[in-house]
Design a protein around this ligand. Sequence first.
Ligand code: ATP
Ligand code: MG
Ligand code: FE
Length: 332
Amino acid sequence: VTILAIESSCDETSASVISNGKILNNIVATQSVHEKYGGVVPELASRAHQQHLIPVIHEAMISSGIDKKELSAVAFTKGPGLMGSLMVGVSFAKSFAFMLDIPLIEVNHMQAHILSHFIDDPKPNFPFICMTVSGGHTQLVLVRDHLDMEVIGETTDDAVGEAFDKTAKLLGLPYPGGPFLDKYAQEGNPLAYSFPVADMPGLKFSFSGIKTSILYFLRDNLKKNPDFVEQNLADICASVQYTLIKTLLLKLKKAAKEHNIKEIAIAGGVSANSGLRKELGLTAEKLGWNVYIPKLEYCTDNAAMIAMAAHYKFLKSEFCGMDVVPDARMKI
Ligand code: ATP
Ligand code: MG
Ligand code: FE
């Protein structure tokens, strides 16, 4: 079974070839056009996908050493994501499958983020809880099997990645700000300033309150000292990161306890955060968890995770029709 998978949900154009469950490559073209706007511009994202898709797929096919006539199926991200971006990947996947007369496999991007854990060893044992933390989502997912997942908690407003990016923007850091905030935080004191940890009912998250309190905190301090941010950048970053991680771990611990599960995974772009990785390790030692964190290249958007999901769907003959359309708000 050999599958070509395509990811185009946001601002990464990616292709990957998987053969009998083994990822052969993961080619990613990151769009740089958005940097000067401080956020993803949907219209420009679609255009950039249109531009990059064929070269990325060409490279994936060449480096896999597999001829296109040997492919068993073509997979693509159906959603969630930006409509125009998804459209580019879906249209190509359909045409390619039609030309080769092979089945088409639709993949849910959030399910794929979780299945990135099955690319390499060690793999989590079922059932496990995965906290998916990315630019658009913050979810706690109970994973019973590769394709049997249930969202048991999620954010009621902003995603944690958004909180990282928006704070970074307020601090004048480049886009996307998450990795920069992480970098400066490593040299700062996490207890220098305190921000509120939102404790919503049950397993719900909220990140809009923290964002607002950071806004007011900066406004008040900049009034007193115009160089406040420059002089205290590392401490501010460390304190914000500490608060965001504390908020995440509060609910993760609650979910693990409620479901009596010690197999714990994280996925999505924010799982690249060094503070979160470290804190998760410490919590695991304390609570006896087995913790699973994907390799950095599989944390942010990539087609290898789409290929992994497609592999499991192929084994169950879960194909889709040629009339499939993207679903920007697709649920797990
Ligand atoms: P979704 O998967 O919800 O549709 P997305 O695809 O945009 O959203 P990802 O590519 O999975 O999200 O993740 C991007 C997010 O991860 C951005 O918000 C980025 O700032 C954040 N991020 C990446 N690295 C780090 C880091 N080291 N620390 C904190 N945040 C990070
Ligand atoms: Mg991205
Ligand atoms: Fe993503």
